[in-house]
Design a protein around this ligand. Structure first.
Ligand code: ASP
Ligand code: MG
Length: 477
C-alpha cells in the first residue's frame, strides 16, 4: 500500500477556512494515494492558551482561569459552528467534554497551588484532542471516510513529561494493530499530533512543536512512502524572508542539510522529525496548505549535490561567546573537558565550539540567558588554573549571533570558505570566530549582533538552489 502521512500545523487548522482547505487537500491526496493519514496540531495559539490557563490556575486566580477558559470554548465552538451542520451537536459535546476535563484539572491545580509536569502534559495535550475531532467530522461532512484517534492509544512513550520520546517497538505494534484495518477499509485516520502515553497509559507530550515529530513517528510505524508536513509557507527557504526579501524556496534538501538548518534556527521543521524517517528512507516534504499546488521542499537522504553550492543561510541570535584563554593550557589534557562540564552543569547548551591548534584558547557560544551562571561556574571549576596563571582570562563577548551557511555541496569543494569570507569582508563585517562541522555541510561564523543581518544578506548572494548544468554536478554520494 502506498501510504501518505500528512501533518497539518496550527495555522493549517487555525480557522474554519483553513480546515476547509485541509479537507480539499485531503480529498485530492486520497485520490492519488492508496491510503492517507492526517495528523493535526491544535488550532493555532491553543497550546499557548492552555499553558496560560494552567499558570493562571496555579497562581490561584479563579476569575482569570474562567476568562481564558471561556475564550477557548468560544474559539472552538465558533469554528465548529462555521464548519459543521449534521455533526455540529455531537462534536460540540465531545469538545465540551474535553474542555470540562481541562476545567477539572485546572481546578485541581488551583486548589493545590501545585502543578506537576504530568498534569501539565494532560492539560496541554487537550488542544490536539479537540482539533482532531473537529477535523475528522469536517472530513466526513465533505464525504470523506474519516475518524479521529488520540495518539495516546498509538504512540507509546517514556515518562519524560513535556519531552517524551517514543518506544518504537510498542508504538509500531499499537499503530499497525489499530490503524491497519482502518486504512485497509479505505478510511482516513485523523490523529492528534504532539501527544502520546506511557506504557501504563499516562498522558505525555513530545515537546513544543512536536506534532511534526508525531507525523514522522507514525509514518515510520506504518511504513509510509512519504510524510508531508503542511504549514503556512511554500517550503524551506534560502533565508528568513524578514531579513532577505528575495529568499527563495529550496526544492530539495538532504537530511543532513535540513538538520543543520533546523539546528541553526530555521523553524520550518521540528529537528526530531528527521530521524524516524531517515532511518527508513521515507521521503519528507514540506508543503503549504494555502498554496497546495506548489511542490514545496523535498527532503531526501541524499540530494544531487551542487558542487560548492550554499543552499541556505540562517542565523541564531541572543548569544554570548565565552573564551577561555591562557598559555598554560598548551598540551594540558582535560581543560576542554572540564570547561564543557562546567557549562553543562548550568544546563546551557553549547551551539558552537572552536579551538585553535595552538591550544591557547577555547571558545564556545551559548544562549545569552545562561551567560552569568556559566561564567561563575567556569571561574569556580578553573580556579586553580586561574590562580597559577595557566589560564589568563575567561572573557565574554555579549550580543553575538551565529550565521550558518548550509549546503552539502561544500564537502570536498575548496573555495567555499573563501567566497563566504570574501562577501562578508566586502561588507566590512568583522568575523569573531568560525567553525566548520566535520559533516562539511555547514560553515558557521560568529559576528556581532549588529552585523548579523548584513552578514546573512551578504552570504545569501552566494546561494544556489537550481540544479546547474550537468558537468557542474558531482555524482550522488
Ligand atoms: N500544539 C503543539 C505546540 O504548539 C504542537 C505542535 O503544534 O506541533 O507546541
Ligand atoms: Mg510546528
Amino acid at each position: 500500500m502506498r501510504l501518505l502521512v500528512t501533518k497539518f500545523g496550527g495555522t493549517s487548522v487555525g480557522s474554519a477556512a483553513a480546515i476547509r482547505a485541509l479537507a480539499t487537500i485531503t480529498a485530492q491526496n486520497r485520490a492519488a494515494w492508496d491510503g492517507v493519514v492526517v495528523v493535526v496540531s491544535a488550532l493555532s495559539g491553543v497550546t499557548d492558551s492552555l499553558l496560560r490557563i494552567v499558570r493562571t490556575a496555579q497562581s490561584g486566580d479563579a476569575v482569570g482561569v474562567h476568562e481564558l477558559y471561556t475564550a477557548l470554548r468560544l474559539r472552538h465552538d465558533s469554528t465548529i459552528d462555521e464548519l459543521l451542520t449534521t455533526e455540529r451537536a455531537a462534536v460540540r459535546k465531545d469538545v465540551d467534554g474535553l474542555l470540562d476535563e481541562c476545567a477539572k484539572l485546572c481546578e485541581g491545580v488551583r486548589v493545590l497551588g501545585e502543578l506537576t509536569l504530568r498534569t501539565l502534559d494532560a492539560i496541554t495535550g487537550l488542544g490536539e484532542r479537540m482539533s482532531a475531532r473537529i477535523v475528522a467530522a469536517t472530513l466526513r461532512e465533505h464525504g470523506i471516510a474519516a475518524s479521529a484517534y488520540d495518539a495516546t492509544d498509538l504512540i507509546v512513550t517514556d515518562d519524560r513529561y513535556q519531552d517524551a520520546s517514543p518506544l518504537m517497538p510498542e508504538t509500531i505494534e499499537r499503530t499497525t494493530g489499530l490503524l491497519g484495518p482502518v486504512l485497509a477499509a479505505g478510511s482516513t485516520p485523523v490523529i492528534t499530533g504532539f501527544i502520546g502515553a506511557t506504557l501504563a497509559g499516562v498522558k505525555t507530550t513530545l515537546g513544543r512543536g512536536g506534532s511534526d515529530w508525531s507525523a514522522a513517528i507514525l509514518g515510520a510505524a506504518l511504513e509510509a512512502s512519504e510524510v508531508w508536513i503542511y504549514t503556512d509557507v511554500d517550503g524551506v527557504l534560502t533565508a528568513d524572508p524578514r531579513t532577505v526579501p528575495d529568499a527563495r524556496v529550496i526544492p530539495t534538501l538532504s537530511y543532513n542539510e535540513v538538520s543543520e538548518l533546523a539546528y541553526f534556527g530555521a523553524k520550518v521543521l521540528h529537528p526530531k522529525t528527521i530521524r524516524p524517517v531517515v532511518e527508513r528512507g521515507i521521503a519528507l516534504r514540506v508543503k503549504n496548505t494555502f498554496n497546495p499546488t506548489h511542490s514545496g521542499t523535498l527532503i531526501v537522504q541524499q540530494t544531487e549535490r551542487i558542487v560548492g553550492a550554499i543552499k541556505a543561510v540562517t542565523s541564531v541570535h541572543s548569544l554570548s561567546l565565552i573564551t577561555v584563554m591562557g598559555r598554560g593550557m598548551l598540551g594540558v589534557p582535560g581543560i576542554a573537558a572540564r570547561t564543557f562540564a562546567a557549562i553543562a552543569r548550568q544546563n546551557a547548551s553549547i551551539l558552537m565550539i572552536s579551538q585553535a591548534s595552538s591550544e591557547q584558547s577555547i571558545c564556545c557560544v551559548i544562549p545569552a540567558g545562561t551567560t552569568a551562571n556559566v561564567v561563575a561556574s567556569l571561574r569556580q571549576e578553573l580556579a586553580a588554573e586561574l590562580e597559577r596563571r595557566d589560564i589568563d582570562t575567561i572573557s565574554v563577548d555579549d550580543n553575538v549571533a551565529i550565521i550558518t551557511a548550509v549546503g552539502a555541496g561544500m564537502r570536498g569543494t575548496s573555495g567555499v570558505a573563501k567566497r563566504v569570507f570574501g562577501v562578508v569582508g566586502d561588507a566590512e563585517i568583522n568575523v569573531i570566530a568560525i567553525a566548520q562541522g566535520s559533516s562539511e555541510c555547514a560553515i558557521s561564523l560568529v559576528v556581532s549582533e549588529a552585523d548579523a543581518r548584513a552578514a546573512v544578506r551578504a552570504i545569501h548572494t552566494l546561494t544556489h538552489t537550481e540544479t546547474i548544468s550537468a558537468h557542474h554536478r558531482a555524482p550522488c554520494e
